[in-house]
Design a binder for this molecule. Structure first.
Ligand code: FES
Length: 111
């Protein structure tokens, strides 16, 4: 485990994601209720940034074709995307969000 600071907790919006770079990867940080999630900031369908889509019901929507990805599992909840996106472990330390990109929670290899 190698957690790195991703952003301040206060910088994470409630209805959209925050795009950051952690380690070697672009990561979308998003909230659902009191929880914070980190998902690779790359749609599995056509490689656009997920952080530009809206966040709703613990999913982030890809702005290009509309697939939504579950923030907990990285799995798409609808077409056209069919492959999951890597999800990363998050720790809240004080007022900051830390993410570990050295491994994934869902076993998906980040691209
Ligand atoms: S690029 Fe994301 S659903 Fe097509």
């Amino acid at each position: 485990m190698a957690f790195e600071k991703a952003c301040a907790l206060g910088d994470v919006p409630t209805d959209e994601a925050l795009g950051v770079t952690v380690g070697s990867y672009d990561v979308a940080i998003a909230r659902h209720e009191d929880e914070v999630f980190a998902i690779q900031d790359l749609c599995s369908h056509a490689a656009v940034a997920l952080s530009e889509g809206e966040v709703e019901d613990c999913t982030v929507e890809c702005w290009l074709h509309g697939s939504r990805f579950d923030l907990r599992t990285g799995k798409p909840t609808g077409l056209p995307a069919t492959e999951p996106v890597a999800t990363f472990a998050v720790e809240i330390r004080g007022a900051d969000v830390y993410v570990d990109t050295t491994t994934t929670l869902n076993g998906v290899t980040p691209s």
